[in-house]
Design a binder for this molecule. Structure first.
Ligand SMILES: [Zn+2]
Length: 205
């Protein structure tokens, strides 16, 4: 579904003194520079959070810049909703550090989502929520790999969107186990050696 960009190890994520206590499993700062209607944005984020909730992962969205008065803390992820560059080949992208097998920045291309919604005759919130969950999924699973089925497959067709099978838009049982284990291992900035990895051979079912 998405073009996944791998980069050299990220740097410059300094701890923030006096950071607020976070009760959610994962806190994601959301930056929308496309001017989505508030209802569309909130509905999409709520539906994306529901996908994670079925994997027993609680996502807390922080709407920026309105509610982001300081730099991101080390355990916060970042979601950008923007228009696609000319080179975009999918609905979004995620930056995964190939050494740490972790990432903090996910991007969803709203114009590509809208184009897909028109082609498939489905609503934009449904596709946007799934694209968000897919890209955040890459960050939390720590891999750019795609699976043959489920939410983390690499290609979404208009027919799949129209038929709307629940299993097409969920994490697999193994992925749910990995998500929980990685969260239990600590904050995203420290997800590297010693925590479960996703093996392509085990996630395709
Ligand atoms: Zn992907």
């Amino acid at each position: 579904m998405a073009l996944v960009v791998t980069l050299a190890p990220l740097a410059g994520w300094a701890p923030v003194a006096g950071a607020a206590i976070i009760l959610n499993d994962v806190v994601v700062r959301v930056y929308d520079n496309t001017g989505l209607p508030s209802l569309v944005r909130r509905t999409s984020l709520t539906r994306a959070a529901e996908i994670f909730a079925r994997a027993e992962v609680e996502i807390g969205w922080v709407h920026c810049p309105a509610r982001c008065g300081r730099a991101p803390s080390p355990d916060q992820l970042i979601l950008r909703m923007t228009r696609s560059p000319a080179t975009a080949m999918g609905l979004g992208s995620s930056m995964i550090d190939p050494v740490l097998q972790a990432g903090r920045l996910a991007t969803v291309y709203v114009d590509q989502v809208d184009a897909m919604a028109r082609r498939s005759n489905t609503d934009r919130e449904a596709i946007l929520s799934r694209a968000i969950a897919h890209e955040i999924g890459h960050l939390l699973l720590g891999t750019a790999e795609h699976t043959r089925s489920g939410l983390m497959r690499g290609i979404w067709t208009a027919e799949e969107l129209r038929r709307n099978h629940v299993e097409d838009w969920q994490f697999s049982p193994f992925q749910r186990t990995v998500l929980r284990a990685r969260l239990a291992a600590g904050n995203p900035a420290r997800w590297n050696a010693g925590v479960p990895k996703v093996s392509p051979g085990r996630t395709g079912s």
